[in-house]
Design a protein around this ligand. Sequence first.
Ligand SMILES: Cc1cc2nc3c(=O)[nH]c(=O)nc-3n(C[C@H](O)[C@H](O)[C@H](O)COP(=O)(O)OP(=O)(O)OC[C@H]3O[C@@H](n4cnc5c(N)ncnc54)[C@H](O)[C@@H]3O)c2cc1C
Length: 257
Amino acid sequence: MFSRELIDYTMSTFKESKIDVLTGTMVKEIKEKSVVLQMPDKAIKEVPVGMVVWAGGNKARAVSVDLMSRLPDAQRNKRGITVDGKVVLPPPRAVSDSVDSSLKDLLRVAGTDGTTFAVGDCTSTQYAPTAQVASQQGAYLARMFKQLAKRDDLLEQIAALEKEGTSTESLQKQLTKIENLRPFHYSHQGSLAYIGSEKAIADLEFFHHKVGPPFGLGDPVLTNPTVFLRWRCDISVLAECLHEHAFLPAESRFGRY
Ligand SMILES: Cc1cc2nc3c(=O)[nH]c(=O)nc-3n(C[C@H](O)[C@H](O)[C@H](O)COP(=O)(O)OP(=O)(O)OC[C@H]3O[C@@H](n4cnc5c(N)ncnc54)[C@H](O)[C@@H]3O)c2cc1C
C-alpha cells in the first residue's frame, strides 16, 4: 500500500529504534517463553520472548466458512469468499452474464447463481482488507442493486406491453443500457501510518492536481509531479494538518479513513 521510498524510510526508522523486522518468516509455534519461527530459508529458529502481541489476524468467521463449505467447487481459498469466479445465471433475476464473469469485478459470490454478493473483509480479492475498500464496495453494490431493480421493472413493463402487442423498442434500448453493468473500480484515497518515534508516513492522492509539500511544514520524502504526495514529518503536525486539509474533505467522501 505504501511506496518503496516510504517503506525504505520506515525500515530505516525501525532500524534506528533497534526494531528487527522479519519478513517472509512464519510463526510455527508460540511457547511460554519463546516463539518458534520458520525463516525464509525454511530453517527453524526459536526466539526467546518476554511478551507476544499477535496481530496477524485469525480466520474467516463461521458464517463465511459455512457459505464456502456449501460451494466446495468454487470456494477453495481459505482466506475468504472468492467473488467473480464462474457463476451460473438463470435470467431474469440474476445479474446479466453477457461478459466473461472472470474478467468483471461485480462482487458476485463464485459458485452461486449470481444473486449472492460479498464485500469487504470476508472476501479474498486483489484488494487489501481495509475500510476504504469495504465502504467503496458497499456503495458500489447499493448503486448496482438500484440498477438491477430498474432492470426488473423494465422487464415487467416489457412483458406487459408484449402481451398487449405494443412496441417495446424504447424500453428495450433502456434495458440494454441498464444490463451493461459497470464493474467495481477501487479508488485509492491514500494511506497514513504512525511508525513510532513520533513519526508518521502519508501517501495521498489529491484529485489529479500537482501537490507540493503542503502547509509549509515537514520534510518531504518525495513529491511526484503528477498526483502523489508522499511525506513524512512530525506526527502531531501531520495529524493536525491532514485532518484540516485532507481528512475533513475526505471524510465526507469515504468515511473515517
Ligand atoms: C486494529 C485495526 C485497525 C484498522 N485500521 C484501518 C485503517 O486505518 N484504515 C482502513 O481502511 N482499515 C482499517 N482496518 C480494517 C477495517 O476495519 C476493515 O477492513 C473493515 O472494517 C471491513 O469492513 P467489513 O464491513 O467488511 O467488516 P467488519 O467491519 O468486520 O464488519 C462485519 C460485521 O459483521 C458482524 N458479524 C459477523 N458475523 C455475523 C453474524 N453471523 N451475524 C451478524 N453479524 C455478524 C460483525 O460483528 C461486524 O460488525 C483496521 C482493522 C483493524 C482490526
